[in-house]
Design a protein around this ligand. Structure first.
Ligand code: ATP
Ligand code: BTN
Length: 258
């Protein structure tokens, strides 16, 4: 029987971690789990605190774009981080951790660098990282149990869900537990060894690798072949004879269709 509800006590019982998820805050309804996590981080909540919600009414993407979620079908959560070093590559590290986890439920999701999760050309998840000097908040939204007709019109050609991908309904609490466990392991590895240890694995799941793409940031447009990432997790674009490096920020990446 698939549960429609999220139960913090059950998530805690199910969770095999040292630090992440020791505190789980579940809201029935929240503006945004990132905004709520920021409030909690300001109030002194520790690293590893997980904030989730049955309903999120003002979910945000990058550049204040809206993140759509509906209350029974979506998984939305955020985590408080207090990294001991510069937080470079953490958005991609969470995207990769989610992809690694989802392989157990729906094989073949990919990362649209740096913050989106795609399955067969459709977006099923996104990540938003925000920070101050003292802490960072990193949140993810995942489409789990939606059917096509559950998405608003403007997302019909853009979005997909795990259910649309493979026909099954999933327990959001179970997926959340597994993501937190994988992220804790990967985050420890990142703290000890940095992003280079993830470079190859991330490149293997990079959408549009070895194809021509266009990168946009405000008025800046650059096209070239996406050839991989650096050891820090920055994007590498071959443009004629030169290779350009892009750090994440607010960049948009699109494929140039043949
Ligand atoms: P890019 O990353 O290339 O700038 P993007 O459109 O993915 O493009 P983001 O800021 O990463 O931009 O994501 C926000 C966008 O995600 C929204 O503008 C909307 O198009 C899309 N979106 C919002 N909610 C969902 C959802 N539940 N599932 C899939 N896509 C969504
Ligand atoms: C994007 O694709 O631009 C990122 C979307 C991030 C959405 C998640 S849902 C949980 C957390 N709370 C938010 O308001 N945003 C993130």
């Amino acid at each position: 029987m698939i549960s429609n509800e999220l139960h913090p006590a059950e998530i805690r019982r199910n969770l095999k971690t040292e630090k992440f998820g020791n505190i789980i805050v579940l809201f029935d309804s929240v503006d945004s789990t990132n905004t709520a996590s920021t409030r909690l981080a300001e109030a002194g909540f520790p690293e590893g605190t997980v904030v989730t919600a049955s309903e999120q009414v003002r979910g945000r993407g990058r550049k204040e774009r809206k993140w759509f979620s509906n209350s029974v079908d979506s998984l939305v959560f955020s985590m408080i981080l207090k990294p001991k070093k510069l937080p470079i590559g953490l958005t991609s590290l969470l995207a990769y951790s989610i992809i690694e986890t989802l392989d157990n439920f729906c094989k073949g999701t990919m990362m649209k660098w740096p913050n989106d999760i795609y399955y067969k050309g459709r977006k099923i998840g996104g990540i938003l990282a925000e920070g101050s000097n003292e802490y960072m908040v990193i949140g993810a939204g995942l489409n789990i149990n939606q059917r096509e007709e559950d998405f608003p019109n403007e997302l019909l050609l853009i979005a997909s869900s795990l259910r649309i991908a493979n026909g099954n309904r999933f327990d959001r609490g179970v997926i959340l537990c597994r993501i937190i466990e994988v992220f804790e392991r990967n985050y420890k590895n990142w703290e000890n060894n940095g992003f280079p240890v993830f470079k190859e694995a991330v490149e293997a799941r990079l959408l549009y690798i070895n194809t021509d793409v266009i990168i946009t940031n405000g008025n800046m447009h650059k096209s070239g072949e996406l050839i991989g990432i650096t050891e820090e997790g920055y994007l590498l674009l071959r443009c004629g004879d030169e290779v350009n490096v892009f750090s994440s920020g607010d960049l948009s990446l699109r494929r140039i269709k043949e």
